[in-house]
Design a protein around this ligand. Structure first.
Ligand code: SAM
Length: 277
């Protein structure tokens, strides 16, 4: 990837490839990159404020924007789903304490699996989602809790309608990003899709040396999607966040290329005089 970028100390990199070579260029460095990423989160409290980096105020606008996006997506892609004949199943990747599952996914999906490499986050999620009201619902439940990082995960074949990935893909190198999505495609049901919700840098990338992650630009993401063989079905900008934070986008990604619309000009129109452009 030839986009230029910066780290959080203002150091410049002329290309992302140069940065990746420096940070993860051999097996030891790559192991350290992932180990330090997880260690960073192991030192964070298992609270909404913790997983949102001290910005718990964004929880409400985040969920509300995702809710609108998901509602439209489900009605377009799975209009005839019902719990008996076509139950909906989601995977929440880098789920943290299960904030997105609890506030959003569990209301729409009959089963939700969670994947999170930091065990005290995953245990907090398990505690919340298997007790109280959640424990009594057969229609909407959290089922599997996987304590694994994305780069090591392969889903069961054809299990998911939606694989939701929010605020964690920045921990993956470009190569692991691509191999993750290629592997994870087998986990989608026919018509299933990925939803990726992420911070977006204005250009290139911003490397965070503290939590070992990068924030990519929209064009960086689009280049990676194309390398993964994924197509953007829908995209939406997050609104209502405080100033000073990165912009955030939600992408719905599908494996099939969008159908080409062949427009045939209607006779009435084609017979009218037209302006020559
Ligand atoms: C900013 S928190 C977001 C948590 C959750 N998605 C949310 O929106 O509430 C980032 C999460 O990514 C997880 N994470 C870090 N490295 C990861 C990796 N390699 N694979 C999957 N998740 C990872 C962290 O443990 C943490 O739970």
């Amino acid at each position: 990837m030839d986009a230029a970028g910066l780290d959080n100390n203002g150091r410049e990199y002329s290309t992302a490839d140069e940065m990746w070579r420096e940070q993860t260029g051999d097996l030891n460095k790559k192991t350290l990159w992932y180990r330090e990423g997880v260690s960073y989160w192991e030192g964070v409290n298992a609270t909404v404020d913790g997983v949102l980096g001290g910005f718990s105020d964004v929880n409400e606008p985040d969920i509300s924007c995702s809710d609108d996006f998901l509602k439209n997506l489900l009605s377009e892609r799975f209009p005839s789903s019902d719990v008996i004949n076509q139950p909906l199943v989601a995977l929440d990747c880098g789920s943290g304490i299960g904030r997105v599952t609890k506030n959003l996914l569990i209301r729409y999906f009959n089963e939700v699996d969670l994947l999170e490499p930091v065990s005290h986050f995953l245990e907090a999620a398990r505690e919340t989602l298997t007790s109280g009201a959640y424990a009594n619902s057969d229609m909407h439940k959290a089922v599997n809790f996987y304590c694994v990082p994305l780069q090591d995960f392969t889903p069961d074949v054809g299990r998911y309608d939606v694989i939701w990935i929010q605020w964690c893909i920045g921990h993956l190198t470009d190569d692991d990003f691509i191999t993750f999505f290629k592997r994870a495609k087998v986990g989608l049901k026919p018509g299933g899709l990925f939803v990726l919700k992420e911070n977006i840098s204005k250009s290139g990338f911003v490397l965070d040396n503290d939590d070992r992650s990068i924030t990519r630009s929209d064009s960086y993401f689009r280049e990676l999607f194309s390398r993964c063989g994924l197509h953007i079905y829908k995209v939406k900008d997050q609104k209502g966040f405080p100033d000073g934070l990165f912009a955030v986008k939600i992408y719905a990604l599908v494996t099939e290329a969008p159908k080409k619309v062949h427009r045939t000009r209607s006779k009435t129109l084609s017979n009218r005089p037209r302006k020559i452009m």
